[in-house]
Design a protein around this ligand. Sequence first.
Ligand SMILES: [Zn+2]
Ligand SMILES: [Zn+2]
Length: 587
Amino acid sequence: MSHYGDHEATDDPLQTLRHSTAHLLAAAVTELYPDAKYGIGPAVEDGFYYDFQFSKPISESDLPAIESRMRRLAQADIPFVKEVVSRDQAIDEFRKRGQDFKLELIADKVEGDEVSLYRTGDFLDLCRGPHVRSTKELKAFKLLRVAGAYWRGDEKKPQLTRIYGTAWMTPRELDDYMKFLEEAEKRDHKKLGKELKIFALDERVGLGQVIWLPNGATIRRELERWIVDEELRRGYRHVITPHLAKLDLYKQSGHWQLYHDTMYPPIHFEDGEELELRPMNCPHHIIVYGQELHSYRDLPVRIAELGQNYRLEKSGELMGMIRVRSFNLNDAHIFCKPNQVISEVRGAIELANHFMKVLGVEDYSYRLSVRDEVKTKWSGTDEEWETAEAMLKEALESLNLPYKIGVGDAAFYGPKIDFQVRDAHRREFTNNTVQVDYQLPKKFELEYVAEDGSRRTPVLVHRGAFGAFERMTAYLIEQYAGAFPTWLHPVQIVVIPITDAQHEYAHLVAERLRGLRLRVEVDDRSEKMQRKIRDWQAQKVPYMAIVGPREAEEEHVNIRDRAGKQVDSTLESFASMVATEVAERRR
Ligand SMILES: [Zn+2]
Ligand SMILES: [Zn+2]
């Protein structure tokens, strides 16, 4: 399944079907919009897309007409025919059709004189295949949405319209998938994040800059306290370092040379100083380590920070809290002796697994990311790379953790273990990593005094265990569809007096609960009880404590939980039940 310039060809029948449906889409589009130019149209996870340049922009409201044309072509039973022609003939065909993008691909991607084309009726594509035999095999597809995409992913090239669709072997599978999408849509963190007042994005502040509203800030503060406590227990020392550093620092580390495209432009001062918003925390923590001369007895030195980082993601790729231009990372750098690396890596993996378990993150896997054959991309000797890889492997294997290998996914300074998480939309992302690095300690001439009095270079383990707060919070919103575990919920308990006569008691209940550091509100609005219950249910608040005359008299509460279950309890035992649930961070 491949256009020239796309992914590797595969024989997976579903991929073939999806890629064939992309051709069908392009065939329908070129019939309906004869002057549309088509770019590329690969199969992707769950479906396919095709990129077009339209003379007049189209929108999602145009999709039904395109889709019905696709259906008509599918029913017409048109064969997919492969034609191998000479380069000149191919150029001729696409020039006749005014398909400049294809001409560019032939110029850049096709080697030799033979060009493989696929014809479906009048539609012709530059493609190696394979394809289904006939359009009639395409009977379960749907167009989903349009998006902008630069030709060949290059911002300097024209922006095209990408039409996404999904395709399946049977209408039944398509149906299931559409239901899954609908469910995922309901959980979408952008939608719920707004409804539950967790975060805002405001162009007056800047694209991709997350504003944590009080509810979101509460969730984040709970996460931060928990993370810091867990790290303290494991011997980490926390620092607070500036969000800025001199550009030279990133030149020395090598980050600037490799990542300047995604770093903010430097701020120039009149006195000649050039400052950079930091894209990562490593150089700052290296400076922290270098503040004193360490002896082997001090090692490992574990320096941690909830560090704010800045990266210039492309505006088209920004998404809610998931792809942002500024984020806060639970980060740490462990400076250790070579014989401590494996146990430090193990400790980092175990901490990350602990975080995942408490948060209820279950769908994730481990990837050992190593370098590829392109030697120039990676700094350090073969021996260092091999040693580091072997240590990461040993750490994973000693914990009996299965892992896959990601060739070419390493950091430039060393191999790493990536935690690959799948979210409610089944999107896979790297949430956190553990990396072994011999290079930065050398570049910054870090030292420790060894047992024999000699000066040695420590090994640096870069470690994320929780990930970025923005991304993880988005994940949690979708995972729980807003019904956060009690310890994380912005409002844990709402006290609702049945009549005005119980206002005083309601406030007393709230005070008692707040004394246990619980987050409590009293709803003494003059609304009907049913209305109040509905409102708080919409906020997915874990507990409502309803108090009437009898409750006030006996110091009781009538508890109504999120599932609608109601029980009567003494105030005392309710308070201690919730406090315990929170202290244990139960799900
Ligand atoms: Zn094709
Ligand atoms: Zn680092």
